[in-house]
Design a protein. Sequence first.
Length: 466
Amino acid sequence: TTKATLIINGTLVDAHQQVNKQLLMLDGKIAQIADKITQYPSGTQIIDAKGMHVMPGGIDVHTHFNIDVGISRSCDDFYTGTRSAACGGTTTIIDHMGFGPRGCSLGHQLEVYKEYAKDRAVIDYSFHGVIQHVDDQVLEDMQAMVEQEGISSFKLYLTYGYKLDDDSALKALTRLNELNALTAVHPENDAAIAQRRAKLIKEGKTAPKYHGVSRPLECEAEAIARMINLASLAGDAPLYIVHLSNGLGLDYIRLAKNNKQAVWSETCPQYMLLDDSLYNDIDAVKYVMSPPLRPQAELEKLWQGVIDGSIDTIATDHCSFTYADQKQAGVTDFTKCPNGMPGVETRMPLMFSEGVSKGRISPEKFVELTSFKPAKLFGLYPQKGCLLEGSDADIVIFDPEQQVTISHSMLHDNTDYTPFENYPLTGWPVMTFSRGKLVARNGEFLGTAGAGQFLRRKQFDKNRLK
Ligand code: DUC
Ligand code: ZN
Ligand code: ZN
Ligand code: ZN
């Protein structure tokens, strides 16, 4: 059993309020929250959190650990990926599984991924189902995934090898709506990208900087608008837009939300903090991902969306490849560059610093974006995403004053760079608890491979976030 821990003198922050109370963790749960806690086991460790924010651990609902993207396998597995997450204040991840063999059953990848994670994850985890194709069998198998496996969200791609056409997307949306599951979508217009790529290749324009040119923001915005309308046609099927990167797509989401449609959206720190000028840099391959980084003007639009509630969650799309080796495949040809960047460890510090410390969002809003809404949307609340008696003792303690300059050498992933090298921060996660156990302290990893548990998630409740 895990040692009991009492946190005193801290400010407890959840998505709704800040209170100066004490918090007792016992047997992996939050046992008590009170002005003064007097009853606790002998040997309880007492942590003085004076000046600190005590918050629900981060929930990153978009990672790709150990994913085979065809040209490469991402270099973080469920050990290094979750270790990195824990050191950055994240206590739960929901991974987007990769594709299995063509034509395989819906449950196939879940078995593969449970095996990947089982003895390796250091924090709790779940998976989004991945819909590679749609037929009667897949539509039937969705029921067992939702009701028996606790997989209450599924991802579909509108581009890449297993893109779904409108017929398949409509069928999936309709069926998942019936089963109270959330459809997540990677929205990009495949035809436009293919045409632009072919033209660029023909013109010999294959340098990394053309990656962004090959998939401009209209590709993404078109697919967002299309999916919003298909979801409406599927009987207001709940829809979750992943990794939103631009303001036009955001406008479509805003319109749907204003119309009371069941649509939610996610963005990632890179789209709020980095722009496409990085594609002119010598190390441009570091930033090759899809969607690509956007023009500077888009960044402020995303911040506006975060502030006004049009954007619901902040995740990472952590999909890491080494710069020295794997990313080099794209140096003379962006079409050969494995897409993706690391980010699972820097999400919480970056959003705290750029959001809270810079005064753009409140500490409560920070919790809402990084933990509370992810838990609500993906069926983990109130086990996760809040500070309530009876909830899992997944907690991050932030020092709001600490000044840190990001460098890859301080991070715990298995890649060799961070896109945020030299980024100055105010605010830093000094302690992370997973189910009451201290798993990271001041950048030192203290967790255990295999300690993380697979989370069966609850079905989607459309009204929970409207
Ligand atoms: N985009 C990436 O850049 N990597 C992984 C998958 C994705 O959609
Ligand atoms: Zn499969
Ligand atoms: Zn994606
Ligand atoms: Zn992704």
